[in-house]
Ligand binder design. Sequence first.
Ligand SMILES: [Zn+2]
Ligand SMILES: [Zn+2]
Length: 216
Amino acid sequence: MALNIKIIPVTPYEQNCTLLWDDETNEAVLTDLGGNAAEIWHIIQKKHLNLKEIWLTHGHLDHVGGVVAMRELTDTPVIGPHCDDLFLLEDLSNKTREYAKYGFEFSTNFLPTRWLNEGEVLSVGQYEFSVLHIPGHTPGHVVFYCEREKLLIAGDVLFKESIGRTDFPRGNTQDLHHGIRTKLYRLPENVVVIPGHRETTTIGHEKIYNPYVRAE
Ligand SMILES: [Zn+2]
Ligand SMILES: [Zn+2]
């Protein structure tokens, strides 16, 4: 019995859409479904999983662009991000139209089934994830932390030896640094971080080697 993890890079930005499932109950969750919905739905069906929810860390197109297409295939509740990212979801159809020239799929606008707040708890099978609200890359950015499995779905907050950009609309460098220091760097060092892009890392590694935010 285990929490299974499959990272599926999607969109031209190779965003780490992550399929999480409990192999005892076959319940599954997708995080940050940025695109490639049909391909991912095929994977879910082949594994005979029950897709319970789609969890979103923030409203950027490479993280949410596949949600509408997936909901046309299967009626799945969409959870998150924090409501401060509403302005991004309201601009999704414009953004995906504008980025079609870079190979992004078009998406209409959508609203999540519900927004998330700091301290909420989500679950996939018997595995619970707490929600941490870490603004800065976007104002409504949340991350998902599973204490039992020492796993963090970090979106575009923390990368291997890097952090999220803050030069987008409503970005805030100070908020991002503060959130990483006070929320993420207090997690156990052996927590594995799945960032929104590129390879995984650990909290312990970032506390030493991250050139942007060092542990205090
Ligand atoms: Zn982003
Ligand atoms: Zn991203």
